[in-house]
Design a binder for this molecule. Structure first.
Ligand SMILES: [Fe+2]
Length: 140
């Protein structure tokens, strides 16, 4: 049973299902194997984001999506830095709740908007009136 919605973009849907299947392995993963599961999800998330970002060339507000990817990967970095200090219960919560909900939320928000554009259900001018803060490296 998948926790992520299908978006109609094959690359995104295939990758999201792969990640979801990895999260689904958590309950049957032995405590000793939790760091390896985390490492596998971490690696797959990074590879998925890189693949997904190849779709962004004409997508409006892609910089916001890229920023969200960076935020998610920052959470994975933070998790990796403290994984050795966590007991199995805390590690299960980190993987199965914190990180999984972050991924599911990402799919249901910026991925959903991106898929609407890629599927021809949204035009670039749909975001023309958005006013986002200008920051170096974050073009508006
Ligand atoms: Fe994304």
């Amino acid at each position: 049973m998948s926790n992520v919605p299908l978006l109609g973009v094959p690359l995104m849907d295939r990758d999201h299902q792969t990640l979801d299947a990895m999260f689904e392995r958590l309950p049957t993963t032995a405590d000793a194997d939790l760091p390896a599961l985390f490492a596998a999800i971490d690696a797959e998330t990074r590879a998925h984001f890189a693949r997904e970002e190849t779709l962004f060339a004409e997508v409006p507000i892609a910089h916001c999506h890229l920023a969200q990817h960076a935020l998610v990967l920052g959470e994975f970095d933070a998790a990796a830095a403290r994984i050795a200090t966590l007991d199995a219960a805390a590690l299960r919560t980190l993987i199965g709740v914190t990180l999984r909900e972050m991924i599911v939320g990402h799919v249901g928000s910026v991925d959903l908007v991106t898929s609407q554009f890629l599927g021809g259900h949204m035009t670039a001018d749909a975001t023309a009136n958005l006013r986002l803060p200008e920051r170096p490296g974050c073009p508006v």
